[in-house]
Design a protein around this ligand. Structure first.
Ligand SMILES: [Cu+2]
Length: 153
């Protein structure tokens, strides 16, 4: 081995070491939202409108926002909040860091208007959730009976 190759080897070792440290530092201080969807369902609709419910959990240390929802069920899908028993469209919902966004009966929900067909109990409705930072998430909402409410079971 020449002195030069020894030196190169030492340099490579130092580089590998510092890169390793940088990566370790990155994984502990991640500021990306880390999202997971649970408890999704859609009560069987009784008209040409339907509502969808789910929970978005964020285990990351950075907040995100649900900005829109798309679905093959309808070309008119919006996100609604309910205040004083009146619902209204909102432009986005916060998914707090180390927290969750709850879409539940009587509160925030996904609103499907002008349904292309009426899904029946036992079927599934696919939706794609779009976020400000995180990649879109596709979820299948199982169609439940019209009065289904997991909080009351
Ligand atoms: Cu609504």
């Amino acid at each position: 081995m020449t002195r030069r190759t020894v030196l190169a080897g030492v340099l490579a070792g130092v580089l590998a070491l510092t890169t390793g440290l940088a990566l370790a530092g990155c994984s502990t201080g991640s500021d990306e939202p880390e999202l997971k969807v649970t408890g999704a369902y859609l009560p069987q609709p009784v008209s040409d409108m339907a509502a969808g419910f789910l929970v978005v959990q964020n285990s990351g240390s950075s907040a995100d926002r649900l900005t829109s929802v798309t679905s093959p069920l309808s070309d008119d899908v919006t996100i609604h909040e309910t205040k004083n028993q009146q619902m209204r469209e909102v432009s986005s919902f916060e998914v707090p860091a180390k927290g969750e966004l709850d879409l539940e009966r009587g509160g925030n929900h996904i609103m499907f208007m002008k349904l292309k067909q009426k899904p029946k109990q036992g079927e599934k409705v696919s939706v794609e959730l779009h976020f400000e930072k995180a990649d879109p998430i596709t979820v299948d909402l199982p169609v439940k009976e019209t009065t289904h409410n997991p909080k009351k079971q």
